[in-house]
Design a protein around this ligand. Sequence first.
Ligand SMILES: Nc1ncnc2c1ncn2[C@@H]1O[C@H](COP(=O)(O)OP(=O)(O)OP(=O)(O)O)[C@@H](O)[C@H]1O
Length: 245
Amino acid sequence: MTVLSVDGLSKTFDMHVLGDTQVVGLDDVSFDVREGEFLAVVGESGSGKSSLLKCLYRTYDPSSGEVVYHSPDGDIDLASCPDRTVIDLRGDSIGYTSQFLDEIPRVPAVDVVARPLIEQGVDREDARSVARDLLSALSVPESLWQAYPATFSGGERQRVNLAQALAPKPDLLLLDEPTSALDPDTRRAAIDLLSTYLGSETTVVGVFHNTDVVDAVADRVVVLDDGRLQRVVPTEAYDEEVVLG
Ligand SMILES: Nc1ncnc2c1ncn2[C@@H]1O[C@H](COP(=O)(O)OP(=O)(O)OP(=O)(O)O)[C@@H](O)[C@H]1O
């Protein structure tokens, strides 16, 4: 079953400071995402990967095209639906995380991770228990669980960020470079978690630079080039291309 149908998606940016020129972020991109699959988005710097995820999450208003989310309650075009619908979907169905943690001051790491679950009505202690399991799986030292992420290293913050995104197991999870600041060992822990924690009910679209991560977690790969969709291929085919150079 298809969960997301991206059709003719374009995003241009009006650059008033550059004399009203336009920068193309995405140009007529179309692809489908199947229920439960893990789709990796790859491409060179500036190829439109983050713009794509931001259009899917409606952080950016697409300039044209459709992003139809086939929800259990019916089809919703995320490119044009009311803001209220987007907010509701973000609360219970669609998750997004960038590579940077949006910290809330003076909230301990364990509560940062537990928060989305608590907001969904999960008992506070049960949510904290899930949070501790995730932080542990990502090798965040136990001594930091009650500390404030504002003081954490980049890699520690990124692990808190990833744990928070994974915790509620949203129906659709959008991950923008969630492992960019991790060393090889913690990246391996993140890969293990991505492979084991989410069940087949969660569909993931993730931007990754690291081919090890793509190789380990993705079912298919979307390749962007200069804002355009170059191809969508099974991960094995993409691996062969990378190996053959
Ligand atoms: N908010 C914005 N305002 C203006 N231009 C933007 C904006 N966001 C993205 N762009 C432009 O759109 C193009 C695609 O950028 P995007 O960040 O999506 O690429 P990317 O593939 O994610 O790059 P990277 O791998 O370096 O993060 C770039 O030319 C970028 O300058």
